[in-house]
Design a protein around this ligand. Structure first.
Ligand SMILES: [Zn+2]
Length: 298
């Protein structure tokens, strides 16, 4: 753990006193709720995060309040000894006599992008907002397969071409997920967050407004015993996609070892339609999709 600079040293005393420790963009307020005095250290970590060291001789409640300017947002409080996320609400009350080191964890607020752009950069640093495509079509209009699942028209046509070609080679798919609205993603992320905490959930799920599925061009392929698992890559279906998906305009969004760029663990089942021309260029580039999309000038 690196502490880049000492932002403040607080001596709290008296009743109802509050101290405000701020960095350029983020801040933490310590509110002393009861009488008494205690030394509480506050450090700035990683430019925007704070670490608050509350000693074990403290015998009263301390309330912490995290806030930030518009360019940043608060993510969660982390108990550093337990290496565990303890709350996502900006206010946090410490009444533990054991002493604790808490981190106030922030992030830069994502940049708004327009989902209509087939090449939109969608990831942890960007935000689609409540975007909803206006040309969503059922993947199978006759509803014999892929019940109710929709994609944008161009992507739905391309997917059907892909499915036909695969079928001719004896490879059959089930479409596990296609378009998902902001609201659906919100419910999904909330469920994950409740079980795993926000930091862990973010590695395998997008926050609402940040999912490629909201674009109406992303598809989760399945139809194997290993759906939604890394082993999908070794199935007939997984291998076929790896070799052929780009020919139909689909790119693998979250490659193995790409977490540093994508923010997501390897998902061999998740592909996004970007058109044949770009999918071919992406394939040759060897880049993670998001890096490719950031690199193109259009
Ligand atoms: Zn997916």
């Amino acid at each position: 753990m690196m502490m880049s600079s000492l932002a403040g040293f607080l001596l709290l005393s008296g009743c109802g006193r509050s101290d405000h420790i701020s960095h350029t963009t983020t801040s933490v307020t310590l509110i002393n709720e009861q009488n008494g005095a205690a030394d509480i250290d506050v450090f700035v970590v990683d430019e925007i995060d704070f670490e608050i060291l509350i000693p074990d001789n403290i015998d009263r409640k301390v309330t912490l309040e995290a806030s930030s300017d518009d360019d940043y947002e608060f993510l969660c409080w982390i108990d550093m000894q337990k290496d565990k996320e303890v709350s996502t609400s900006t206010e946090f009350v410490v009444d533990d006599k054991e002493g604790v080191t808490l981190r106030a964890h922030f992030r830069k607020r994502p940049k708004k992008v327009c989902g209509d752009d087939i090449l939109a950069v969608v990831g942890k640093e960007t935000m689609l907002g409540f975007y909803e495509p206006d040309d969503l079509k059922l993947i199978d209009p006759e509803q014999r397969k892929h019940k109710g699942k929709k994609l944008r028209e161009e992507a739905a046509l391309a997917l059907n071409e892909l499915l036909k070609a695969a079928q001719k080679e004896g490879v059959n798919f089930e479409i596990k997920s296609a378009y998902r609205s902001y609201e659906t993603q919100e419910r999904l992320f909330h469920r994950y967050k409740t079980v795993h905490g926000v930091l862990k959930s973010e590695k395998f799920s997008a926050r609402p407004g940040q999912s490629e599925h909201q674009l109406g061009t992303a598809v989760d392929f399945g139809g194997t015993r290993f759906d939604f698992s890394v082993e999908f890559e070794n199935t007939l279906q997984g291998k076929w996609l790896m070799d052929h998906a780009f020919l139909y305009g689909f790119a693998l969004s979250y490659p193995e070892g790409g977490e540093e760029h994508t923010g997501y663990i390897y998902e061999p089942w998740h592909y996004r339609y970007i058109g044949v021309k770009h999918a071919e260029k992406w394939k040759i580039s060897g880049l993670a999709l998001i890096e490719y999309l950031k690199s193109i000038d259009y």
